[in-house]
Design a protein around this ligand. Sequence first.
Ligand code: FE2
Length: 250
Amino acid sequence: MSSHCAHDAPFAPAAPTFIAQEWGAYTPEDHLVWSTLYERRMATLGETGSRVFLEGADTIGLGRELVPDLRDVNARLARRTGWNAIPVSGFLPAPEFFACLAQRRFPTTVTVRPMAQLDYLPEPDIFHDVFGHVPLHADPVFADFLQRFGQLAARAQTEEDVTRMARLFWFTVEFGLVREDGRTKVYGSGLISSAGDAANALGPKCERRPFELSAVLDQPFRIDQFQDVLFELRDFGQLFSAVDEYAARG
Ligand SMILES: [Fe+2]
């Protein structure tokens, strides 16, 4: 089912904990889990993944053999867009999460799921966060959108505002679809990192609607089941227009 992200528990009481990745502590099983997932997903994403994801994965140097070292990823991102993947121990409360985005910092879990839970993990891990999210941060248009989103979301005053920004995040960053070359492609991390969610998103049980800001802000979602409604961008420029439109509404 759905993969989750740090923002899914916006009112978690625990203080945010920024940590070091300690890349040398990964075990052979960790690297095997990464390479197994990488090969499985890339075999399909060549056809179903947005070119923005595919080019981004190449730009940040994701490899099939080893769990990525965030120092290498961040060195490549710094040259391209200035985004950083920042290791965290788990969920961040929404205000801290949004504040990080506003500074081009993406809170990233660094644990690797166990081999026994290859296909479903209730909380995010490095495959969801770094394979699924970080490649898009290499794209200049997406990079600017995500920072602008963070700036606006960090200013949300009411619970309703937070709910609407969470919906915008969910239906773009987590479960977004985009039209490319006359076909529907996946770019949201929940779809990039999960074969089951991607197959559902592109299959007959999911209604794919044209992306329209008002419709997205009014669309509830469930995190514990396959999505039955998703939204498809005409192009990534539409994302930045959406945050501009949101800002203009006050
Ligand atoms: Fe996520």
